[in-house]
Design a protein around this ligand. Structure first.
Ligand code: FES
Length: 679
């Protein structure tokens, strides 16, 4: 109980204030007031997680004046800590400093348990740290002949008494580690405890004495074409390495259904694909660990988001039921399982969390997008398209959310394109075509200059101009449409019809020469009729999926469009709309969200409550099955036009002038209507 004479303590940034009896430690005061102040050692002056910064002087805002005697003097524990490890100027250890007078205490971000982690993504995002795996330091009763209890039983008693942690389990390999740790640590140990859900705590790491081991987690977006992962420090929330590899299952089939067919047609085929993806995961983990100067045995947790076929193949489940109605999943629930069960060579007891699936064709990646973009929390009707080999599409607002997936194929990732390549230095990622001269200029990944800049050749001397990636081909086709080189049906015109020698015959069709580096032994990059067809198929599938959700929602318009996906951040909204990848909408309402599925995986890795949130969310999302919906085909055919065969795209046409050539009958149609040069 406190009274009016007790010192008043105010914590910032939370602003929490209360009177506490003089002599209360700052850590105890923080705990009693519900202030977020960290501690791993339980107040023993070892971990330094409880640091606070007192602010002395006149605080008119808070109505108090605080003198330097408001906290007890620097004690021997703090002096020792300062001498050995160093304390920042003015900082105090909250477990040692006691409150003696009115004081304002700032809790710096590194001392907050639930600190906010800022992601440098396309959209800056805050994640509150609340990981499933945490470190706890315990001082265990020494063994006693007269009251014989085991090491583990005494450790459990210490966890209950010192941390209020009851009911913890421990696997056999950890028991032998505990035994050794208590001997060498003189009955003191640091434990990594993984609590994926209430009542399921287990020890997954043990170190002698007080330790600050490397504790890392991996957030993985396992896509059909690429596997992207972020290696993250589970204590600070910092991403220490990010990277991706191609999914090696591509050799068994480029899209999901061809992989399911491979499993159907070849005995042991599913097993081969399982092995391939697990090997790739382990290799990626090694690569990222090297980059971060840790080892894979420092990885204690991983979170996976993936579509249902990837999900089944990673888990070693038969994917063939996903190839035909009723698209039965082996399980759609979220899973907590040991990493070893799926062949991951991380820390011995590392754990994996797999986000729940929404339906037979709508995966955990869509669930992760919903977690990250939260359409269920906004008023405007929002369409989110996560562009990939298999597109995840969500449409909704506060009233309800619908989801589907659509088989776009790998064209948007640069595959099936004559000069296509994955996004890497040297790949063309931006394209402009002058509507008067029909001359192109472009940018490649790794260089900020346009190709018509005199310095471009020097700056790209190392990477060269090697091919065209997903965002590059989208811009190239859209620019060709704006410049009148491609008609609304997707046909490329001839040199004669368009007035540019860059259009060259190629069999019975034409190609547009984007870059010719052959004089210097470099590449020749063209956009062929086949490329346009591949993009048309991909974008039609995307649009048809979105349109199906709009039908289901009972609307012809959306208010916002969010482009997500590994290259979502790089797609230009204008070009995506000229192509008709997305429905008509004011261009300023089209935004990019970066890799939303990957962000969802990171949120789930760092915040255990978010796992419960997404598990509840998947039950609220209405899934629409594109594969059996007859209207899908009709929408798909109409969406083949650029931007669309029947939808007027009136909003787009207010900002982009689309000429109307017709290159039917071998590209010999009339010249396109001239238009003024764009700014
Ligand atoms: S709580 Fe660990 S040093 Fe204060």
């Amino acid at each position: 109980m406190s009274n009016a004479q007790d010192p008043l303590v105010i914590f910032t940034p939370s602003g929490k204030r209360a009177r506490v009896p003089a002599g209360t430690s700052v850590l105890d005061a923080a705990r009693s007031m519900g202030v977020d102040l960290d501690s791993v050692c339980g107040g023993r002056g070892i971990c330094s997680k409880c640091q606070v910064q007192p602010a002395y002087g006149d605080h008119s805002k808070h109505g108090i004046t605080s003198s330097e005697t408001a906290l007890s003097e620097f004690n021997a524990v703090e002096e020792r800590y300062d001498r050995v490890r160093g304390l920042k100027a003015g900082r105090r250890l909250g477990c040692q400093a006691c409150i003696q007078g009115d004081v304002v205490l700032d809790v710096p971000p590194e001392s907050q348990v639930h600190k906010q982690v800022v992601r440098k993504a396309a959209t800056t995002r805050h994640i509150e740290m609340d990981p499933a795996t945490r470190l706890y330091y315990v001082e265990v009763e020494p063994a006693n002949m007269h009251t014989p209890t085991g090491d583990w039983e005494r450790t459990q008693a210490a966890l209950a008494a010192q941390w209020d942690i009851e009911k913890v389990s421990l696997a056999l390999p950890m028991l032998s580690k505990l035994q050794a740790a208590l001997i060498s640590g003189e009955d003191k140990a640091t434990l990594a405890i993984h609590t994926p859900r209430e009542g399921a705590a287990q020890v997954i790491g043990v170190w002698a004495g007080f330790a600050e081991p490397a504790l890392y987690g991996l957030a993985v977006d396992l896509g059909s074409t690429t596997i992207a992962a972020h290696l993250t420090d589970l204590v600070t929330g910092e991403v220490v390495a990010s990277g991706g590899v191609m999914n090696p299952q591509i050799r068994f089939g480029e899209d999901l259904m061809s992989r399911v067919s491979y499993a159907m047609m070849n005995e042991g085929g599913a097993g081969e694909m399982t092995q391939a993806v697990r090997e790739a995961m382990n290799e990626l983990a090694v690569e990222l660990s090297k980059e971060a100067e840790i080892t894979t045995s420092d990885i204690y947790e991983a979170v996976f988001v993936m579509n249902p076929v990837m999900h089944h193949l990673l888990l070693g489940l038969d994917p063939t039921p996903l190839g035909m109605a009723p698209f039965a999943l082996a399980t759609n629930a979220a899973l907590d399982l040991p990493a070893q069960d799926i062949g991951l060579n991380f820390a011995d007891q590392a754990q994996v969390y797999i986000l729940p699936l929404i339906a037979g064709h709508v995966g955990a990646d869509a669930a992760a997008v919903a977690l990250s973009e939260a359409p269920q929390n906004v008023d405007p009707l929002t369409l989110i398209v996560d562009v990939g080999t298999n597109a995840e599409i969500l449409l909704g607002n506060k009233s309800r959310v619908l989801a589907c997936s659509s088989p776009t194929g790998p064209a948007f990732e640069g595959a099936q394109i004559s000069s296509g390549q994955r996004a890497a230095p040297g790949a063309i990622e931006r394209v402009e075509i002058d509507p008067i001269t029909k001359e192109p200029r472009f940018k490649v990944i790794g260089c900020d200059l346009w190709s018509d800049d005199p310095e471009f050749a020097t700056q790209t001397a190392v990477s060269g101009v090697s091919g065209i990636c997903g965002s590059g081909i989208i811009e190239a086709v859209a620019e060709m449409r704006i410049a009148g080189l491609v008609d609304a049906n997707g046909l490329i015109g001839s040199a004669e019809a368009t007035g540019t020698e860059r259009l060259r015959p190629s069999g019975r069709t034409h190609s547009y020469l984007l870059h010719d580096g052959s004089v210097d032994g470099g590449s020749v990059i063209e956009v062929t009729q086949g490329d346009i067809r591949a993009i048309q198929l991909a974008k039609s599938a995307l649009y048809a999926g979105a349109r199906l959700l709009m039908d289901e929602f009972g609307t012809d318009e959306v208010e916002r469009v969010v482009l997500a996906g590994a290259f979502g951040a790089h797609i230009s909204p204008k070009h995506a709309m000229v192509l008709g990848m997305i429905p008509d909408c004011p261009l300023e309402h089209v935004t990019s969200a970066g890799n939303a599925a990957g962000t969802g995986a990171q949120i789930a890795l760092l915040n255990v409550a978010a796992r419960r949130e997404v598990e509840a969310l998947v039950h609220q999302i209405t899934k629409v099955e594109t594969a059996i919906e007859p209207k899908f085909q009709e929408h798909f055919v109409n969406a083949n036009g650029i931007p669309h065969a029947t939808a007027p795209f009136a909003q787009l046409r207010t900002v982009v002038d689309l000429p109307n050539p017709d290159f039917n009958a071998g590209g010999g149609g009339g010249r396109p209507r001239r238009r003024s040069r764009r700014s």
